[in-house]
Design a protein around this ligand. Structure first.
Ligand code: 13P
Ligand code: SF4
Length: 303
């Protein structure tokens, strides 16, 4: 085993040797974010995966994100350093239940939040992320939309459009556990601080926000704002980047419960092993990959 001090240089060496790029989500642990070539939200990471010249993509995130990279870059090798890093919300939707729903609403278009399995994307008309969900819904000719799997993002989009949304009942247990009482307490402690929240939080919590957006949107807002203190309503990993990009500003996490255990499973050691032994490679059946590609690329085209 490589001793800790050498891990970073070994990762760099292997990265060059294998012509690899390391992509990391904004919720990854600090050390993984710091070694990545690009850190971003689901949308920007998808764009990076689609555009890279690298032969190998090491995806530090959760399964649906690495699958999305494979869908968009089918000729590349995509590795997920921790194969058990999954998104429980993504697994709240499956193909048989979606097919049943489609039978009940034959006129409806299906919009799949990227936090969904590849096989579900393959059964959908278009994908969306938290940064473009409304834009995606509005871009469709259909008036009726099946929106899956996140009910909170779905309700947030429904509040901003005249389209009829049939909303799946999935949720993110990390974001959905934030309670309005916690928000009120945090606001009382930091009355000047704008509250920046991810749309996976409940409508009661979103109603108290000053800004609602994806993790990239939250980072942009904090960078551009003149405020000096902020309350952050999304997973704790984002605080590292917020603080790094804005050393003179202060960021307070809305609730100590804002931690996604799956996003914390990827470590430097696992990134090293992933590059060294090519583990764990994402593989998707061609039929699913090709159909899911249509839904993913349609999203990239309109965003
Ligand atoms: P973003 O696309 O906003 O980064 O969110 C991804 C996610 O998993 C939120 O919980
Ligand atoms: Fe999934 Fe929630 Fe974790 Fe995001 S924070 S990856 S939605 S469980």
């Amino acid at each position: 085993m490589v001793i800790k001090g050498n891990l970073l240089s070994e990762i760099e060496r292997l990265k060059k040797e294998r012509n690899a790029i390391i992509l990391a989500h904004n919720y990854q642990i600090d050390q993984v974010q710091d070694l990545a070539d690009f850190v971003g939200d689901s949308f920007k990471l998808s764009q990076q995966a689609a555009a890279t010249d690298a032969e190998l993509i090491v995806f530090c995130g959760v399964i649906f994100m690495a699958e999305s990279a494979k869908i968009l870059s089918p000729d590349k090798t995509v590795l997920l350093p921790e194969k058990m890093a999954d998104c429980p919300m993504a697994n709240m939707v499956d193909v048989p239940s979606l097919k049943e729903m489609k039978k009940r609403y034959p006129e409806a278009a299906v919009v799949a939040y990227v936090n969904s399995p590849a096989a579900v994307k393959a059964e959908s008309d278009i994908c969306c992320t938290s940064s473009n969900a409304r834009q995606v819904v509005e871009s469709l000719p259909q008036e009726q939309i099946i929106f899956l799997p996140d009910q909170n993002l779905g309700q947030y989009v429904a509040s901003q459009t005249t389209k009829e949304l049939i909303i799946w009942e999935g949720y993110c247990s990390t974001h959905a556990r934030v309670r309005p009482e916690e928000v009120k307490k945090a606001k009382a402690a930091h009355p000047q601080a704008p509250l920046l929240i991810h749309p996976e939080c409940t409508p009661e919590v979103l109603a108290l926000a000053d800004y609602i957006g994806s993790t990239a949107g939250i980072l942009d807002y904090a960078r551009e704002s003149k405020a000096s203190t902020f309350l952050i309503g999304t997973e704790m990993g984002i605080i590292h980047r917020l603080q790094k990009e804005n050393p003179d500003k202060r960021f307070y996490l809305l609730s100590p419960g804002l931690i996604c255990p799956n996003m914390k499973k990827t470590t430097l050691e696992k990134v090293y092993l992933s590059l060294k032994e090519l583990i764990t490679e994402i593989e998707l059946p061609a039929e699913i990959r090709e159909k899911a590609y249509r839904a993913m690329s349609r999203m990239l085209q309109i965003s």
